[in-house]
Each structure stands twice: as structure tokens, then as C-alpha cells.
Design a protein around this ligand. Structure first.
Ligand code: PEP
Ligand code: MG
Length: 570
């Protein structure tokens, strides 16, 4: 039995078999393949990316330079690459297995030739093999099939990989790394899949088929649990199901404080499959449709019509409940596809969202047209731009939207001339200048996941520094307050759609700040509604004024705990 505690990022207790995915060396899948050509293509593209990654490696000494040259030489060695290709062609090995087997064969042959020069070459060839296997892992997740109900155990997982998993079999997710507001965490919550991250080296101990018991609320994961532990987890699973059923009973009630302050609770979705959850939790609209996740399924990116039909379905199913906010592509950062040309040292500070879209105008135009076409179906459609950093950038994006609208008018494509336009506030420079940005838009929505990351300079996906990721840091709270006050002063609506909105313990602060809307995963809506109904807006406003004078996150957390014990916790 191996028991680990990490960060619970998506609630739910579950017991199921492990399906293990390790991206590097240790977890090479051994699969025999029919389609030799496509496996050879996987290998050849991995070889190309291995060369590119060597080219992109910065060297700081002659030794490092020599090492890179050796690796290049190994990867160019026809004897070695020939062995790999033979393994695919003659033994039907999948590409990663072919590399692993060829590497071991070649390296042990060199090992046998004696010490010194040859054993060094053996270790070089193992390094080269490792690089190739990593490159293949980046592309071959589609070959990683879940074939039965499983908890996926992995060292890490990319959003595009998650999207390619067969989710009907995905019961839970245990990752060695990752943070609570990483995109994988968001996707897990949206898909209602219990998830525990930052489990250290958990994946190393896991083997396919082992039993796992996990609890995404408390952040625990146990491999091969003893009988006693198993029966405790079974009880937890039952209790979680009962609690869920109880919450569900409140789905039809308004989210209104005891003294009559009404908040619109909306849902964040990544695709139309999120709409059922939104409706059943009683969401009053979609506050954030993260459209880029569809785009990561390339078929949609290449076909504007296909994309439009998804938007159309979302609007048709959701518009009777409230607004539907399409956020334009937030491509970049960790949300990339091969071939997008994004390969940066600092992707989170780099070519992302509107920065990427404004240089890929055809792609952007096609999305804007789809959103405009969707707006003709219902006045509930809103558009929102991510990662805006200031008024200049916002003006440029709005000018492009106007250009696309003009083209639609010319072509006779109908759209809603009064479609509401919003900007996300997720970059500190945007938050600080919210009073200026408010002049250009109908609403603002705070993306706390990025706002916190950029304000405190703490990577939202990095578990090593997750202790610094504090939504209640005074700098974050002051920025949020400034945004809300700026919106109110200019008479526009203000919303929050980052994960902070769905962390229901923060509600006294968010209610006190005066948000018009909060948008979160469907799962959090039920609990948020229950808590809001126990709160009193007057007390929350006074509490916020007090909290804003506190010096650090610890003091705010302590004050919030005290406030919650006094009011509003059932
Ligand atoms: C945010 O940054 O808070 C946000 C909602 O956008 P995303 O999580 O998709 O980056
Ligand atoms: Mg964001």
C-alpha cells in the first residue's frame, strides 16, 4: 500500500483500477501496431522535434556544446535509427517501444565492448533514446487508450492530452505535479472528475490494474489499499453522493443574501458537454465559455462552420437561462497544439490569447464570425477578450471586431448589433487601469487564475510554489476591489470567472465587494447558492472594508475564518 497526500483539486471519492501514463522513459507503452506507416511517421516527427529541442537548448559551456553535438550525432546515426525502424517494420512495435528496444540493444552492445570510450557512448545512446521517447510521448497520447473505468495516474498531463482521453472511462485523476488553478485542474472540475495533484512520485509506484482509492476533496490517494481503508473509502463515496443529492435540492432557489442582494451565478464551460451540468445546477447563464479547448481539437480549428455549430448548439440550449459569454481563443501558455508555431522560453508571459490571435487574423476572424453568427440566434450572446493588458490593446481588438462586423454586414451575415462586449481582467496592468478600460466595454470579468499568478509572480501550475498562490493576498484583494469600484463608477457590470469565484469560502468577500455575477464550475454553483443565502450583504460589505486594511494573506484568512464561524456557515 502506498499512501500520499497532495492537493485536492476536484472533489469526489472514488475507487477504481489504475491506468498509468508516464511521459518519460519509465512508462513506455508496449503495443503492437498494424499501421506501420503511421508509426514510422510518429518516429520521424519525434526525431525532428528531438533535433529542434536540441537546437533550442541554450549552452553555457564548451562541455555542454560538445554534449549536444554528441547527442545530435547519436540521433543521426543510421545504424541506431535503422534499428528503430526495423523494430517498427518487422516486429510491429509502437514507436516508443521501438526506440526503447533499439536503444537498449545498441547500448548493451557498446557496454560489452569494455570500459571508457564505449561505455560513455552507451550512456550517450541512452540519453538520445530518452529524448526521443519524450518527444514521442508528446505526440502519442492518442495511442494511450482507456479501455475500462480507470483512475489515470500520470507524472503530468497536458490539456490537449486530457481532451483526447476517452472520458467515459475516466473515473479520477492522480498527478505527480500540478496546481489547483492549472488548466488540467479546471478541466477536471468541469468534467466532474475527482482529481488529486502534487502527489510527488506517486506515478512511479503505480502499475496498470492496481486498485486506487482517492478523495479529491481531501487530496488523498492510496495505491493498493488494505481492506479497512477500502471500506472507509466506500463509505466516503456514498456520503459524497448523498451530499450531492442534498445540494441538488436547492438548485431552483435564487442566489440571494438574507437581506435581498441578488447575485447571478453562472457556469464556466469548455464545450457543449458542460451545458447539462450548468442547467442542472441552476446556472443563470454561461459566464465563461473557454472556446480554445474546442480549438485544441484540431478539427474545429480548421473548420469555422463546425465551430459555429457548436456555438449554435450552446446558444440554443442555454439562452433561456441567461447570457452566454464566449471568450475568444486563449491559445498559448499551456494550451497549444503542434504546428501552431508557439515555442517560447516564457509561454505564460508570451504569445498568448489576443496577442496570438491578432497575429493570426484569419483564425481570429473565423472565430469572430462564428460568434457573431451565434449572436443572431439570441440576444443572450456576449463576447469577451482574454489577456487584455491595457486600453491600446483593447482598442485594437475592438477595431478588428468592428472590421469583421463590417464584413458580415457586407456579406449579409446577420448578427446582433447590440451584442454585449466585455474584457477579461487578468493582467495586473488591466486591473490597475480598469477605470480606463471600463469606458470601452459593457462588462468586465476578473480572471483570478491569471491575475493572482501575475500579481504575485507565482506560476499557477507549479506545485513547488503553490504556498505563495494566495487569493487573499492584500495586493490581489486591492486589485479586485479597484476593478469592482471602477465598473460600478462607470455603470457597467462586473463579474468574476476565475476559480476564486467557485471557492465558496471566499463568498463573504466577493458578496461584500458587490459583484453582479460570479461564474464557476457547475459543481460549485450548488454550494455557492446555499452559502450566499446564509450571508448578509451589509455585514459582508463591512467585513470587506475591514479586510482591506489587513497587512497579509494570513491575517485575511484568519479574519475570514472568524467571520464565517460567526455568520453564514451551515
Ligand atoms: C483566469 O485566468 O482566471 C481565467 C478564467 O482564464 P483561464 O483560467 O482560462 O486562464
Ligand atoms: Mg486566464
Amino acid at each position: 500500500m502506498v499512501q500520499k497526500t497532495g492537493i485536492g483539486v476536484s472533489p469526489g471519492a472514488v475507487i477504481a483500477e489504475a491506468a498509468v501514463l508516464r511521459h518519460s522513459g519509465l512508462g513506455v507503452e508496449h503495443v503492437t501496431v498494424e499501421d506501420i506507416d503511421s508509426e514510422l511517421a510518429v518516429f520521424s516527427s519525434a526525431l525532428n522535434s528531438a533535433f529542434s529541442s536540441l537546437d533550442a537548448t541554450l549552452v553555457s559551456s564548451e562541455d555542454e556544446k560538445a554534449m549536444l553535438m554528441t547527442l545530435r550525432a547519436m540521433l543521426s546515426d543510421p545504424e541506431y535509427t535503422g534499428l528503430i525502424k526495423d523494430n517498427i517494420k518487422e516486429r510491429n512495435y509502437n514507436a516508443a517501444w521501438a526506440v526503447e528496444a533499439a536503444t537498449e540493444k545498441y547500448a548493451s552492445m557498446l557496454d560489452k565492448m569494455g570500459d571508457g570510450y564505449f561505455s560513455e557512448r552507451a550512456s550517450d545512446i541512452r540519453d538520445a533514446g530518452y529524448i526521443l521517447i519524450e518527444a514521442i510521448a508528446g505526440e502519442s497520447i492518442s495511442a494511450f487508450h482507456l479501455t475500462k473505468p480507470s483512475i489515470l495516474v500520470a507524472d503530468y498531463l497536458l490539456p490537449s492530452e486530457f481532451l483526447r482521453l476517452d472520458r467515459k472511462f475516466l473515473r479520477g485523476l492522480c498527478l505527480d505535479g500540478g496546481g489547483k488553478t492549472s488548466h488540467i485542474a479546471i478541466l477536471s472540475r468541469s468534467a466532474d472528475i475527482p482529481a488529486v495533484f502534487a502527489l510527488g512520485d506517486f506515478s512511479i509506484y503505480a502499475e496498470n490494474g492496481m486498485t486506487i482509492a482517492m478523495d479529491g476533496k481531501y487530496g488523498t490517494a492510496i495505491l493498493d489499499p488494505q481492506k479497512k481503508v477500502l471500506s472507509e473509502y466506500r463509505k466516503r463515496c456514498d456520503a459524497a453522493a448523498r451530499a450531492e443529492a442534498d445540494l441538488q435540492k436547492g438548485a431552483g432557489l435564487p442566489a440571494e443574501t438574507a437581506d435581498g442582494f441578488r447575485i447571478r451565478l453562472m457556469c464556466n464551460i469548455e464545450g457543449v458537454e458542460g451545458i447539462d451540468g450548468a442547467i442542472s445546477s441552476g446556472a443563470e447563464g454561461i459566464g465563461l465559455f473557454r472556446t480554445e479547448f474546442l480549438a485544441l481539437q484540431k478539427a474545429y480549428l480548421d473548420d469555422g462552420d463546425k465551430m459555429f455549430h457548436v456555438y449554435q448548439e450552446a446558444v440554443e440550449r442555454m439562452s433561456e437561462y441567461g447570457p452566454i459569454t464566449f471568450r475568444t481563443y486563449d491559445i498559448g501558455g499551456d494550451k497549444v497544439l503542434e504546428g501552431m508555431g508557439i515555442n517560447e522560453d516564457n509561454p505564460i508571459l508570451g504569445w498568448r490569447a489576443v496577442r496570438f490571435c491578432m497575429e493570426n487574423k484569419e483564425l481570429f476572424r473565423s472565430q469572430l464570425v462564428s460568434i457573431l453568427r451565434a449572436s443572431a440566434i439570441s440576444p443572450s450572446v456576449r463576447i469577451m477578450f482574454p489577456m487584455i493588458s491595457g486600453s491600446e490593446e483593447l482598442r485594437e481588438v475592438l477595431a478588428f471586431l468592428e472590421e469583421v462586423k463590417a464584413e458580415c454586414r457586407e456579406k449579409g451575415i446577420p448578427f446582433d448589433e447590440n451584442m454585449k462586449i466585455g474584457t477579461m481582467i487578468e493582467v495586473p496592468s488591466a486591473a490597475i487601469t480598469a477605470d480606463i478600460l471600463a469606458d470601452y466595454v459593457d462588462f468586465m470579468s476578473i480572471g483570478t487564475n491569471d491575475l493572482i499568478q501575475y500579481t504575485i509572480a507565482v506560476d499557477r501550475g507549479n506545485e513547488k510554489i503553490s504556498y505563495l498562490y494566495r487569493p487573499l493576498h492584500p495586493a490581489v484583494l486591492r486589485l479586485i476591489k479597484h476593478v469592482v469600484d471602477s465598473a460600478k463608477a462607470k455603470g457597467i457590470q462586473v463579474s468574476m470567472c476565475g476559480e476564486m469565484a467557485g471557492e465558496t469560502e471566499y463568498l463573504p468577500i466577493l458578496v461584500g465587494m458587490g459583484f453582479d455575477e460570479l461564474s464557476m464550475s457547475a459543481h460549485s454553483i450548488l454550494e455557492a447558492r446555499r452559502r450566499i443565502r446564509l450571508l448578509d450583504k451589509g455585514s459582508c460589505t463591512r467585513f470587506v472594508n475591514h479586510v482591506l486594511s489587513l497587512p497579509d494573506a494570513v491575517s485575511v484568512e484568519a479574519a475570514l475564518k472568524e467571520f464565517t464561524e460567526q455568520y453564514g456557515k451551515a
